[in-house]
Design a binder for this molecule. Structure first.
Ligand code: SF4
Ligand code: SF4
Length: 202
């Protein structure tokens, strides 16, 4: 994504980055796998996310949703730093991201373009739970929420409700995959979700 932003900047166009904190998901992140690489000056994962976006000199503005005064104050503090991240901190973040890529084989943005599934599977919702399990290391929570879907109940992550069916309900019709801008192998990934998150619910 950096390349299109850079090109826009070269042509004199401003760029606004939506959801720098991943719709709030990154604020829940518990980065066990990369804790040792987190820059010392970073106060939270939200702080890191916003500072990382603003450290890109070709970005014009970051648009972050805020629900409370505390969120506003934290974001203002993050955005007010004269230097969002130092060169060493940027390098540390790059190393963190490299390590995370080893965990995150699933880059679902939650855009929903693959929906609706004719069989009622909540595709981005299942992938969200899988990323909580695989990337954020919140394994028990992810399995508990997946079990709710299996029982026909709503799952909930932060302020997002997952109302459709569990991944195991996919009948592999293939309707969703051509619509995914991330070219995710949705069927294969849903099978992985069902096997991984469904294990404790059997
Ligand atoms: S392949 Fe599975 S998830 Fe995709 S539309 Fe068909 S049933 Fe739904
Ligand atoms: S279209 Fe792709 S990226 Fe978007 S929600 Fe569906 S699986 Fe995720």
């Amino acid at each position: 994504m950096e390349e299109p932003i850079r090109r826009a900047h070269e042509r004199g166009l401003g760029t606004a980055i939506m959801g720098p904190v991943g719709g709030g998901r990154l604020s829940l992140w518990n980065p066990e796998q990369v804790r040792d690489l987190m820059p010392a000056s970073v106060t939270s994962t939200s702080d890191l996310a916003i500072r990382w976006v603003l450290a890109n000199p070709t970005v014009s503005v970051a648009l972050s949703g805020m629900n409370t005064m505390a969120m506003i104050e934290e974001n203002v503090a993050s955005a007010s730093r004269p230097e969002p991240l130092t060169a060493d901190e940027l390098q540390a973040v790059e190393t963190m991201m490299e390590r995370l890529r080893e965990f995150a084989r699933l880059y679902c943005t939650g855009c929903g373009y693959c929906m609706p599934c004719p069989n009622g599977v909540d595709i981005p919702g299942n992938f969200l739970l899988m990323n909580f399990y695989r990337v954020y290391g919140i394994e028990r929570f992810a399995k508990e929420q997946y079990a709710k879907l299996l029982n026909g109940e709503q799952a909930r992550v932060h302020d997002q409700r997952i109302t459709g069916k569990a991944a195991v309900a996919c009948v592999q019709c293939g309707a969703c995959e051509p619509k995914c801008p991330q070219n995710i192998a949705i069927i294969e990934q849903l099978q992985d979700v069902a096997a991984t998150l469904g294990a404790s619910a059997a």
